[in-house]
Design a protein around this ligand. Structure first.
Ligand code: SAM
Length: 241
């Protein structure tokens, strides 16, 4: 039997997700690790129709299928080096959750928060996503615990969630946060949860000397330092300033 190669498939984005993650650096590596992060999907016509979502509030969790749009032009390779293996061991692309993959599709379970309609715009609020701001969403499906949850499943080289790293804030950073954020407590919890995931590249996290980094969350630029297994937020500024 001969196999004919099928024609390429094109996808139509349903909408775009808006998240606090304005750059790739420091986005959690999987969903559910930072439940403080809330995102909003805004839909385009013809999906901007409340009927498309009827009954969705009965599900606590949803699958999002999306496009890794920011790395599309970099293509893919048969093997990748997952950060969980220290970034120097190769596995097959299909044995990984790498962003560099054929078709560039991502898959994340997120928590349903709410569904709203405002001036004809339908939006879906979700929690705990691992998606860059502006990511195109290509499908949404309810998460079915009886079919999708496998508590005894083998997780290969990523069998456990990463151990959180302790994060503290300097006195200056706390003052800046109070001045710059309309909801400083919420923002502090978000920053803490994001940094506790230790966003340092694998090769840098093995270095013991102090290192400085910055991440962007919402409209804030957050400066932080790491030394061995500790992280300190040392300064916060408004990006629009
Ligand atoms: N849970 C999804 C999956 O398994 O398909 C994504 C896993 S992937 C390892 C998560 C990372 O993708 C994030 O840490 C972020 O760096 C990156 N990412 C998220 N949204 C992206 C986008 N739109 N374009 C490129 N990279 C993105």
């Amino acid at each position: 039997m001969t196999t004919t190669e099928p024609a390429p498939i094109s996808l139509q984005p349903l909408g775009i997700i808006h998240t606090p993650y304005k750059q790739k650096f420091a986005i959690p590596r999987q969903p559910g690790l930072v439940s403080e992060a809330i995102g909003e999907i805004r839909f385009f016509s013809p999906f901007n129709d409340i009927n498309c979502f009827r009954g969705i509030e009965q599900f606590s969790h949803l699958w999002l299928l999306f496009r890794f749009h920011q790395v599309q032009e970099r293509g893919w390779k048969p093997t990748v080096r997952p950060p969980r293996l220290g970034g120097n061991q190769r596995v097959g692309v299909f044995a990984s959750r790498s962003t560099h993959r054929p078709n560039g599709l991502g898959l994340s379970v997120v928590e349903f928060v709410s569904l709203k309609t405002d001036k004809g715009q339908v939006s879906l609020q979700v929690r705990g996503m691992d998606l860059l701001d502006g990511t195109p969403i290509v499908d949404i499906k309810p998460y079915l615990p009886y079919a999708d949850a496998h508590p005894g499943a083998a997780g290969g080289f990523a069998s456990q969630a990463p151990q959180p790293v302790p994060v503290r804030f300097s006195a200056d950073a706390m003052i800046q946060l109070e001045q710059l954020s309309p909801e400083p407590d919420k923002m502090q919890r978000l920053i803490q949860a994001v940094l506790a995931q230790d966003p340092r590249p694998a090769y840098k996290s093995s270095q013991s000397r102090p290192q400085s980094f910055a991440i962007r969350l919402d409209n804030l630029n957050i400066h932080w330092q790491s030394e061995q297994n500790r992280i300190e937020v040392v300064g916060i500024e408004n990006i629009c300033a």
